[in-house]
Design a protein around this ligand. Structure first.
Ligand SMILES: C[S@@+](CC[C@H](N)C(=O)[O-])C[C@H]1O[C@@H](n2cnc3c(N)ncnc32)[C@H](O)[C@@H]1O
Length: 434
């Protein structure tokens, strides 16, 4: 496909997303199924155009004075990809499979593309209904923080120190020229191409041997901030596919015990193969029978009041991961935020029953919203008097990261963000028992 045909295809997919209110991934899949002639490079290029347009949906519509899929795609080419009006005009040739030529108005708007005078939600490309919440967290930094969240995320891996060193993995994957992550001592970073794709690391021999896992540097740091030590008894209460479980096992050098569970056995399923590959010998998966139901016996019942550290990697809206999933920001609704806030209280209460006196809950979300962070913790503390929050400086110190440039939230939590730490957004707060 020519670059023009790819642009026309992206506009078509954006129209499908808009008119049928479909997730971007579904619209792209259907487009690909109906266009068998499109090769994998074409598909990746079209997907990348669609996701970039979603990153800049509000600001692109603002500069074009129009929110149609075509206007958003054209505005994105100027704002996100830095294309000059002539280059965009060349793509819109009007020839077969190419978008229609630019109108005089489109040309003029692309030539004068500017966000001067744009409201915060437009300049920062986020849903306007979230402005009050995000302002409570970011204050004057609202727009630069949210703009940083429109960039593409790099591809990071966590070196599994049970199997290898960072130097060994770097040498093994030298053909992809990885660099050390700036903050995590066990991370490597890989460049992502213009089509949004990084190298396919999962077929590398060293991956299959368990030398590393794909994991954003933010997720690595959030786990490090838990400050787990070899020999501790740890519960990963929302383990999902086990990304953080494996990082905990490596940080504990295989000493002590980690109990991993989740309400959803389907989410937990990949953990078994990952544990096998990683060489983690201190992880016990406690899967519920069917979906977890508080009315049935709890698979962690025998651990009540005995655990040093309960990691609560809570279900959340994922607003901190908008770099990877820009579609999610426009699909988020107040109702789902309220639902997640309820789930968070349920998991925190479950965690409280497990912690021993002197132990801790490590509350983590990949959200930037105060409703799921400071306010969720405040709600928990109002019902659990025996827990006290640990000051952010102490959390960093204990984790051996005293200079971590994370933000401090108004309620005293740590917040990693693309602007401050160059990572996905993560909130971390530690609550000590007794
Ligand atoms: C953010 S994801 C976990 C990601 C995972 N820790 C990782 O690092 O890959 C949140 C998880 O919480 C689980 N969850 C939701 N409610 C829960 C509850 N009441 N108890 C335990 N897990 C719960 C969800 O099924 C989901 O897998």
């Amino acid at each position: 496909m020519t670059p023009s045909a790819r642009l026309a295809a992206a506009i078509e997919v954006l129209s499908d997303i808009e008119t049928r209110r479909r997730p971007a991934a579904d619209a792209l899949k259907d487009w690909g199924l109906a266009r068998r002639f499109a090769g994998s490079r074409d598909r990746a290029a079209v997907a990348s155009l669609v996701y970039d347009a979603l990153r800049r949906k509000a600001s692109a519509a603002f500069v074009m004075g129009n929110a149609t899929p075509r206007a958003v795609a054209l505005g994105m080419l100027a704002l996100q990809r830095g294309l000059a009006p002539e280059a965009i005009a060349a793509l819109c040739s009007g020839e077969r499979h190419a978008p229609e030529p630019l109108s005089a108005d489109e040309r003029a708007r692309l030539a004068g593309a500017s966000l001067d005078g744009a409201p915060a939600a437009v300049a920062g490309d986020f849903p306007a209904w979230l402005e009050p919440s995000l302002t409570r967290v970011f204050g004057d930094d609202l727009v630069p923080e949210l703009q940083a969240l429109t960039a593409r995320a790099p591809l990071d891996v966590r070196v599994n120190t049970l199997r290898a060193t960072r130097e060994a993995v770097q040498a093994e994957l030298a053909h992809y020229a990885p660099t050390s992550t700036p903050l995590s001592p066990v991370g490597l970073r890989f460049a992502v191409g213009e089509d949004g794709r990084g190298p396919s690391l999962q077929s590398e021999h060293s991956f299959l041997q368990g030398w590393f896992e794909i994991q954003d540097e933010g997720s690595q740091i959030a786990t490090m901030l838990a400050g787990v030590r070899p020999g501790e008894r740890v519960v990963d209460l929302c383990a999902g596919a086990g990304g953080k479980t494996l990082a905990l096992a490596a940080a504990m050098a295989n000493e002590g015990r980690i109990y991993a569970t989740d309400v959803d056995t389907r989410r937990l399923a990949p953990i078994y193969a990952r544990i096998g590959r990683s060489g983690a010998a201190n992880v016990e998966v406690r899967a519920p029978k069917g979906r977890y139901d508080p009315k049935r016996p709890d698979p962690l019942a025998d651990l009540a009041g005995t655990v040093d550290c309960v990691l609560v990697d809570a279900p959340c809206t994922g607003t901190g991961t908008w770099r990877r999933n820009p579609d999610a920001k426009w699909r988020l609704r107040p109702g789902s935020l309220a639902e997640r806030a309820k789930d968070q209280q349920v998991v925190l209460a479950r965690a409280a029953a497990l912690v021993k006196p002197g132990g801790r809950i490590v509350y983590v979300t990949c959200s930037l919203l105060p409703e799921e962070n400071d306010e969720a913790v405040a709600g928990f503390l109002s019902r659990h008097a025996g827990f006290a929050p640990q000051p952010p400086a102490a959390v960093k110190e204990t984790a051996g990261m005293p200079d971590l440039p994370a933000r401090e939230t108004p309620g005293g939590g740590l917040l990693l963000t693309p602007l401050t730490t160059g990572t996905d957004g993560f909130f971390v707060k530690i609550l000590r028992h007794g």
